[in-house]
Write a new protein. Sequence first.
Length: 469
Amino acid sequence: MKIEQIYTGCLAQGAYYIESKGEVAIIDPLREVEPYIKRAKEDNAKVKYIFETHFHADFVSGHITLSKETGAPIVFGPLANPSYDAIIAEDGQEFPLGELTIKVLHTPGHTMESTTYLLKDKNGKDHAIFSGDTLFLGDVGRPDLAQKAANMTQEDLAGILFDSLRNKIMPLNDEVIVYPAHGAGSACGKNMMKETVDTLGNQKKMNYALRADMTKEEFIREVTDGLLPPPQYFPLNVKMNKEGYADIGEILEKGTTAFSPDEFEEAANATNAIILDVRHQNDFVKGHIPRSIFIGLDGGFAPWVGALIADVEQPIILVTDKGREEEAIIRLSRVGFDATIGYLKGSFSAWKDAGKDYDTITSIPAKELKTILSKEKAPVYDVRKETEYQSEHVLDAENTPLDYLNRYMAEFPKKEPFYVHCAGGYRSVIAASILKSRGIHNLIDIAGGFADIKKSGIPVTDYVCPTTL
């Protein structure tokens, strides 16, 4: 028996490869499926099943393409209604895999079709669960994402989730291994652990949602408390996962069109494409195409694209480091952004060499900000999440979270210089690029973010542990 967790940090997502006696099951695959096919070939094995735990909202699964490439059927749990051929399994239905058995446990609540897959070893003993978004480590799936489609309130779904956990998962043995679909950083939960594998017994001890003495009313209240609005692209990804999508090969063929600087400019103007610069923030600060948006590949790229661009049909034209064009296109497609029309050949240096106009961002170290604040009360804007800000922040700083930056556009000074920071320097440059694209240029970025601010000795509020917020 082989179980391999294929974890993608950018999406905080776990796909799973299970092999026994030459037969393979893939659970919740990513959009680019070649790694799974290659892995099976290395094991001299054949993909027999593709299991989907639910219709994912935060990424586009590779189930349809993988089924097309391998001939393996797609399996959903009860109540799923995809627009393509799939096995809609019954609760309790079992699927043989070599010497193993995969049993369907219908666990609605996160969504109504949400299903946990229980893996039994060759002796029929419960070995592991692949819990999708039903059970995370330290948390459970948020119950508000499917409420419109299901014509239910989030409280209704939370109550259903309570029953699923108590009736289907918690009765399992403590030794059962939990393999969730997501970890810390995913927007599908509130407060997940950084670990990606655990035992059910440990989760019963430390996961607030699995308290043995918890009433359904307490569960509903605690699970629904503090839920932030989901990213706007979530329903669009659900639609793609449910109804189908273009093959990744088609997306790559279109997206890898190389434009000269003149062609790039012409294409951007003709298509009303967003110019998305995915280089490192330090390079973007030093020089970038005017009105381009920065979201760097080396940060939380795909989720930030989804949260800030939102419309998966928005045409995108890329500025990347040389050799990273295909990576950017694939990672955009993982969250449903398939409308990449090409990239700048030769990267930003080609733009400069062509004599094109470019813009920069004023960026200063935290120690310089300390000197400024010691002489005057300068406006400081913190674009970290609200909980980060509440935990600790610069005295008198305003919180304008990057996720909801559009709400605060009217609050930024029109002429007076103001200072923008995040935790480490990535999100503040994203924010600065958006502000500059809207005509707000009187901003100054704080390089190194709050980490360097604390080191510099700038006065900050007393620390509050984020887990208590």
